[in-house]
Ligand binder design. Structure first.
Ligand code: CMC
Length: 429
């Protein structure tokens, strides 16, 4: 096994160290490349670049494998629950029964938000997108919880982490309630994480709200499936924002802003809108043709992934959960589901999609499930943000606790004008 790579530049040869992870490809350590050769590397979109060292999540995109701290996502989603996964991501090991009940207690004791936050919400327009409200309100937490913004203090870091996991669902439910003009519903600490979230979203003061265990289990699975996903765009955003020493609430707000885009977390909303636009099975060929047309910017939303070149392992569980929810609610001939199933079959057999390895991703089925659970499409990305908060915070903590951590500062290939002299306006032709 070789432990270095050689880079030849004319007569000069530079030796670059290879580093091995536990699993996954080796990396060429180029940290000293500029010092040794005066060269930068160029990799827009980071297709071949490992931006950090991490022990949290591993993805093998070719095999369709996703592991959190070594545990396969299907085992965590099917046998465990979201809060347990949060513990695992944050602390590195599955909790014992005592550790779990202590963690659960700590999270539930932080579910309320400062009462003044409710007045903060009324500053938003009622028709604001709930993701816009989330970017603002999560960022605003740093104005309310000064006692957990000292990133150099391990205790404050942990308090901020627990606060983020506990309060994001409350803020998300408030964004939803504000959007539809209903009163905010306070959290209930006797409920599980997913049950409490459904309660805060769907309960009203005038009648009791019955939690359906099948739907609560589906909500919990959706959270678990979205908990972390290695160094994706929003996680890298959180790490980059955090590398400057910014407080964790501000960093997570930056992550939420990044997640909002349709190529990332906004895809579940976009996928459902696309299914509605297609409308019936008969129109699918027209949209498949558009997706293949190089001159048409249209893409099949919910298909393709930067890393997975095989079935997204999360999509399999999401598909099963989707059917469980539809059965429980007695939704049989849902036209969107029919279009989705047909589209999936066509795309899986079409040479264009096979050749480019475009499989359905997690967002393809999560949209249909969330719609059946009663959420409007604008809330889909918000739910993704609630789930991903633990991943962002675990990655942020790992970065802050890394003794080699430095501010993230990429370089560039400059292709603009070379140096030139300023000319007064009357002398400009
Ligand atoms: N429909 C049609 N063609 C596609 C699609 C699609 N959904 N995705 C990729 N392609 C084609 C693309 O046109 C390109 O073709 P060519 O090589 O001929 O130029 C080729 O496949 C490679 O695409 P790419 O854009 O270079 O791939 P990428 O790794 O930069 O993009 C992606 C990955 C997820 C942004 C992209 O597949 C996409 O836009 N998918 C739809 C949006 C979506 O579902 N996003 C959710 C991702 S999963 C949740 C998350 O992690 O946030």
């Amino acid at each position: 096994m070789t432990d270095s790579a050689k880079l030849s530049l004319g007569a000069k040869e530079t030796e670059l160290k290879l580093r091995q992870g536990t699993i996954g490809p080796d990396v060429v350590d180029i940290a000293a490349l500029y010092k040794d050769t005066g060269l930068f590397t160029y990799d827009p979109g980071f297709t071949s670049t490992a931006s950090c060292e991490s022990k949290i999540t591993f993805i093998d995109g070719d095999e369709g494998v996703l592991l959190h701290r070594g545990y396969p996502i299907d085992q965590l989603a099917e046998k465990g629950n979201f809060l347990e996964t949060c513990y695992l991501l944050l602390y590195g090991e599955l909790p014992t029964a005592n550790e779990m009940s202590d963690f659960s207690y700590r999270v539930t004791r932080h579910t309320m938000v400062h009462e003044q936050m409710s007045r903060f919400y009324t500053g938003f327009r009622r028709d604001a997108h709930p993701m816009a409200v989330m970017v603002g309100s999560v960022g605003a937490l740093s104005a309310f919880y000064h006692d957990s913004t000292d990133i150099a203090d391990p205790h404050q870091r942990m308090v901020a982490s627990i606060r983020m996991i506990a309060k994001t669902p409350t803020l998300a439910a408030m964004a939803y309630k504000y959007h539809i003009g209903q009163p905010f519903v306070y959290p209930r600490n006797d409920l599980s994480y997913a049950e409490n979230f459904l309660h805060m979203c769907f309960a009203v003061p005038c009648e009791p709200y019955q939690i359906n265990p099948v739907l609560a289990r589906a909500m919990d699975r959706i959270f678990t499936l979205h908990a972390d996903h290695e160094q994706n765009a929003s996680t890298s955003t959180v790490r980059l924002a955090g590398s400057s020493g910014a407080n964790p609430f501000a960093c997570i707000a930056a992550g939420i802003a990044c997640l909002w885009g349709p190529a990332h977390g906004g895809a579940n909303e976009a996928a459902l809108n696309m299914l509605a636009e297609i409308g019936s099975k008969e129109r699918i060929p027209e949209f498949i043709a558009r997706a293949k047309d190089k001159n048409d910017p249209f893409r099949l939303m919910g298909f393709g992934h930067r890393v997975y070149k095989n079935y997204d392992p999360r999509a399999k569980i999401m598909q099963q959960t989707c059917h469980e929810v539809l059965n429980e609610l007695g939704i049989k001939d849902d036209p969107l589901l029919e279009v989705a199933m047909e589209l999936e079959q066509i795309a899986l057999h079409d040479p264009y999609f096979i050749e480019k390895k475009l499989y359905p991703n997690v967002d393809f089925y999560s949209g249909i499930t969330l719609k059946a659970l009663g959420f409007p499409t604008e809330m889909f990305t918000v739910l993704f943000a609630v789930a991903r908060t633990v991943g962002w915070i675990a990655q942020w903590k790992e970065m802050i606790e890394d003794p080699h951590q430095r501010i993230g500062r990429p370089r560039q290939l400059y292709t603009g004008a070379a140096q030139r002299d300023y000319a007064p306006v009357e002398a400009r032709g």
